[in-house]
Design a protein around this ligand. Structure first.
Ligand SMILES: [Zn+2]
Length: 125
């Protein structure tokens, strides 16, 4: 893959995630406002309050996930700059086009990603 193509792909992906994050932030602000309204109103509806609080937590996790993805994108852009983008960080072999298309921020080839995931799991073995 050429550098320009990689940059275009990463910036498209970034725009998508930033949009998602803004949406999540907006929802969080709305839910917060609604919760505060509920809390300050004389007549309270515990069930409604609970469902709004759950919604708030989901929005937070969406925003958090978006932040992680943005950090991954930043790292991928740096790899484009230094010329290592698209190469596996473990074995140095090129990561397949199809994989980069599905996951533009992929750091490892499929084989090494599988090993990485396995090592990362703490299952007591
Ligand atoms: Zn590899």
């Amino acid at each position: 893959m050429n550098t320009e193509e990689a940059r275009t792909r990463l910036s498209t992906e970034r725009a998508r995630i930033e949009e998602l994050r803004h949406a999540a932030n907006r929802l969080t602000a709305d839910a917060q406002e609604a919760t505060e309204r509920e809390l300050s109103s004389a007549e309270q509806h515990p069930a409604e309050l609970a469902s709004e609080t759950i919604g708030l937590e989901i929005d937070h996790s969406v925003a958090q996930h978006a932040d992680l993805e943005l950090a991954e994108l930043e790292a991928a852009v740096i790899r484009v700059d230094i010329g290592s983008y698209g190469n596996c960080e473990a074995c140095g072999q090129p990561i397949s086009e199809a994989r980069l298309e599905a996951i533009p921020t992929a750091r490892f080839c499929i084989e090494d990603q599988a090993k990485h995931d396995k090592n990362g799991r703490r299952n007591g073995r």
